[in-house]
Design a protein around this ligand. Structure first.
Ligand code: COA
Length: 260
């Protein structure tokens, strides 16, 4: 029985999804993309899951890229299909109706950085290195990297990372706006767990509306984005959680959100 390509565990509303090919630095082959797609589809459908933490097995890598050995012999149409498979996964992570945290425990290169960028928050170990080295293979990013890095960090950083292909440190990635936070590697688990616990106790419908508003706003005019925000804001007044959150503030107690 081969080891699972993706490991899934649950604890107190936090679903942890681990890419599990440590001997290949968690490189994404087609089977691993499919296993990740199934894991994220299941997380989206399960109301008990409030937040997802995504990471890579082993001490060295989050994900060191798309699987180069698998790509080496692909024909053009197969390369296109591999790109579409990866892009579909990244898009479904980005559009998941609950927050996804990438716990970047080492190399996040190529498809690995693309995977991390599709997540909503990126907590990186100070030892992590991130980059888009596809150019060194005669390739370009194929799982959305040229587009998400551009939106996250701007044209200058995107062209530097994609044209030169050299990885940058976690600290530099933080300065460029690519990662959310950098923590000492020994504290990565505990710091990520704290953020995950905060999100797991937060109001699920408001989290979802926030993700929706930011996703929509990234792709439309300011007028359309503002209208969308207003619609989502208004919708929150129909939720029990909004009544609970405002009452708890007035009564000086912690809110107990139910997701209704
Ligand atoms: N695809 C397939 N296999 C990969 C891989 C990838 N993207 N990245 C690492 N591996 C494999 C290596 O081939 C090696 O396998 P082997 O032991 O069977 O030979 C194993 O993972 C360990 O990698 P190794 O290169 O020996 O580790 P290292 O510590 O010397 O170097 C890296 C680490 C990340 C610098 C190096 O593995 C690397 O450059 N990987 C490719 C990064 C890349 O170009 N990603 C974008 C792909 S589009």
């Amino acid at each position: 029985m081969p080891d699972s390509l993706v490991l899934v565990t649950d604890a107190e509303g936090v679903r942890r999804i681990t890419v599990n090919r440590p001997d290949k630095l968690n490189a994404l082959n087609a089977a691993t993309l499919d296993a990740l797609q199934a894991a994220f589809d299941a997380a989206a459908a399960d109301a008990a899951v409030r937040v997802v933490v995504l990471t890579g097995a082993g001490p060295k890598a989050f994900v060191a890229g798309a699987d180069i050995a698998e790509m080496a012999d692909l024909r053009a149409t197969e390369g296109r299909d591999f790109s579409l498979r990866g892009q579909k996964l990244m898009r479904s992570i980005e559009k998941l109706p609950k927050p996804v945290i990438a716990m970047v425990n080492g190399f996040a290169l190529g498809g690995g950085l693309e995977l991390a960028m599709a997540c909503h928050l990126r907590i990186a170990a100070d030892t992590a290195k991130v980059g888009q080295p596809e150019i060194n293979l005669g390739l370009i990013p194929g799982f959305g990297g040229s587009q998400r890095l551009l939106r996250l960090a701007g044209r200058s950083a995107t062209l530097e990372l994609c044209l030169l292909g050299a990885p940058v440190t976690a600290e530099r990635a933080l300065k460029l706006g690519i990662v959310t936070r950098v923590v000492p590697v020994a504290e990565l688990e505990v710091e990520t767990a704290k953020i995950a616990a905060q999100l797991a106790a937060s109001a699920p419908l408001a989290l979802r509306a926030t993700l929706d508003a930011v996703n929509v706003g990234g792709e439309c005019s300011i007028e359309e984005g503002l209208q969308y925000e207003t619609a989502q804001f208004g919708l929150m007044f129909a939720t029990d959680d909004m009544r609970e959150g405002t009452r708890a503030f007035i009564e000086r107690r912690k809110p107990a959100f139910t997701g209704r």
